[in-house]
Ligand binder design. Sequence first.
Ligand code: LMR
Length: 391
Amino acid sequence: MLEALNPQPQDKILQLISLYRDDKRDGKIDLGVGVYKDPTGLTPIMRAVKAAEKTLWETETTKTYTTLAGEPAYNAAMVGLILGAGYADRAASVATPGGTGAIRQALEMIRMASPAARVWMSNPTWPNHPSIVKYLGMPAAEYRYFDVATSGVDFAGMIGDLGQVAAGDAVLLHGCCHNPTGANLTADQWDRVIAVLQARGAVPLVDLAYQGFGDGLEEDAAATRRIAAAFPEVLIAASCSKNFGVYRERTGILIVLASPERRAVAQGNLNYLNRQNYSFPPDHGARLVTMILEDPARTAEWKAELEETRLNMLTLRRQLAQELRKATNSDRFDFVANHRGMFSRLGLTEAQVNRLRDEHAIYMVGDSRINIAGLNANTVPVLARAIAAVL
Ligand code: LMR
């Protein structure tokens, strides 16, 4: 049986982890996978997470099963963090293994409810989006998003393409901090997108993986909240990997907003999907997140560290834009300072990306996406000079 299997292509992002690890050169720089690193190159466990973990170890009395949807307290705390108050009668939700688990469950739910619905994704998007859609055999479509000339959003193209969405199609939107480009919509542009999608009868699927990494916790949730208020049915896949730094604990949530009459059925279907795929969702990371969000002192400590993280990335963006100005004697890369989140797509060719790796030991994704959080004050000028050298 197994001889019938074909080799699978390696994931382009995850492949970089092993390439980088195997590189023996001093001073190598990893700007590949989206993991936050502090100025010393470490991916720290956040202070509030570490403290909660200690308390949990001391006080946890059982490892028996939670519920199929996860701990109700986690789900309530996450709905509050993402949407604010007022959704108790509309929100069904399940804890999931990370944001990827939430995306997967969301797509499965869409497919179950409406097998012919197309899933619209931005071009470009996080490569795992189209990969999972294809794996599930769902019809897919693309909308334009990135303007290579300006490294900003191709808004006219986006609106034009979203005008082709059919009633009942799902439209995957990055709630904030677009991955891989770093280019994001303004509040006015979000309003236009919402109006077009409302007119088309679309069902928004929001991927919110970087809340708190762009303009702030509340600011980064603003678009998702507008969407939640504007549509009768919305799916929101959120991740705690980055903003709580609990990557390997696999901590995410899928929220489905339905009418109060349909909420219970939606919840039952979410529970069913969890049961089919892995029964109970992982609990450890979710419990730490709950302990932080339910305790004002821990929340304050977590928010302060998240804000440090965000501001550190903003400083790196400004430094990089400045150093690139010096190194290239042009304003070509000024957009880096305006982008938000962990990533920016630099607009280099694949050949230039390969030269950066081969000649300068600098690793980035083949489409020239860099993880800003992989930089520090010392490596920013090194990167800028290397980019200038391969242009
Ligand atoms: C990324 O895009 O680098 C992150 O979302 C990590 C991943 O799983 O790809």
